[in-house]
Design a protein around this ligand. Structure first.
Ligand code: NAP
Length: 300
């Protein structure tokens, strides 16, 4: 239980509603910022404007999956209020106050460093990233179906990267009957691809491996689908780039060549916000409980 813990949930999309629900279940005291247009009222949670929050009483701050932008602004889907996280806010929290965010950036890193507060990036954790790969794959399948006039079954699919998303994508497209080859650079990844009964290739050979591909799914956050590589792809092929912004594709060149290429961020939040929210909520509540236990244990 999170009884006596005072948590500020600042901004976010439908995923955050699952987090709020779970926090209420666990009896936390919740201050919501950026939810004033949400019709649904949460018993046990109070809506505030950011300037009304008494940060000296806040034990933990929960930011949306995307964290803050480069000026500290936080996405607030359920409000028109422009919400910024500022150094003086964080600096006035108790020293043990932890900030939880999906991902971070230079601004957020600087803020926690200057105020000496702890930051947990939930999406750096393997468990969150692996669970989250499930709705990501479902979103990828949706895009593949929407943007092609052929079946996934029997098509030639290249997956770039064998990380947490790449592995789930490759396995699922193969299960749907696609001929899947996977590009990676580490020998252990090439071995794993072989073990999965898929076709491995080294990324150095990407330009040679792509000439008969119908769908290319990139998960590498680095420009791998360069103009040189795209120039070797068939004109009917579809590129779905899952890597975080700006992706790993030379989109300008793809457009020039008439190849359909799309950056597809935040698929879990689009295709399965409830599940995606529950994934974050479950891990978050475990971390908050541990935090609370530690603090109680440390008290004299
Ligand atoms: P990950 O586990 O870190 O995997 C990344 C993969 O990229 C690894 O196979 C890594 O190989 C490879 N890689 C990284 N830099 C490389 C480089 N310079 N050259 C060649 N290979 C490189 O990450 P993940 O959890 O799978 O996520 C992959 C991407 O998808 C991230 O950008 C993430 O933010 C994004 N994502 C998007 C969605 C969405 O909805 N679109 C959802 C979840 C995640 P090595 O081990 O050899 O470095």
């Amino acid at each position: 239980m999170l009884t006596d813990m005072h948590i500020a949930v600042i901004g976010g999309d439908a995923r955050q509603l699952e987090v709020i629900r779970k926090l209420i279940e666990l009896d936390a005291k919740i201050s919501l910022v950026g939810f004033d247009q949400l019709d649904h009222g949460f018993a046990g949670a109070t809506k505030y404007q950011i300037h009304e929050v008494d940060f000296s009483q806040i034990d933990a701050i929960i930011l949306p999956v995307r964290g803050v932008n480069h000026e500290g602004q936080i996405d607030t889907i359920f409000s028109n209020e422009k919400v910024y996280l500022k150094e003086e806010m964080l600096g006035s929290t108790p020293e043990y106050c932890t900030v939880y965010s999906g991902i971070s950036n230079d601004y957020l890193n600087m803020l926690v460093q200057n105020t000496n507060r702890k930051l947990i990036q939930l999406f750096e954790r393997d468990d969150v990233a692996i669970y989250n790969s499930i709705p990501t794959v479902e979103g990828t399948i949706m895009l593949a179906i929407q943007h092609t006039d052929f079946t996934i079954h029997g098509s030639n699919v290249a997956v770039l990267g064998l990380g947490r998303v790449g592995m789930s994508v490759a396995r699922t497209f193969a299960a749907l009957g696609a001929n899947v080859k996977v590009g990676a650079r580490k020998s252990q990844h090439l071995a794993r691809i072989t073990e999965m009964a898929l076709t491995p290739f080294h990324l150095d050979r990407l330009a040679n491996e792509i000439s008969n591909i119908d769908i290319c799914i990139n998960t590498i956050p680095y420009q791998v689908l360069t103009a040189n590589v795209i120039s070797k792809m068939p004109s009917h092929s579809l590129i779905i780039d899952l890597a975080s912004k700006p992706g790993g594709t030379d989109f300008r060149y793809a457009e020039k060549r008439g190849i359909k290429a799309m950056l597809a961020p935040s698929l879990p939040g689009i295709v399965a916000p409830k599940t995606a929210g529950q994934i974050v909520a479950n891990v978050l509540c475990e971390l908050l409980s541990e935090d609370l236990d530690k603090r109680k244990g440390n008290q004299p």
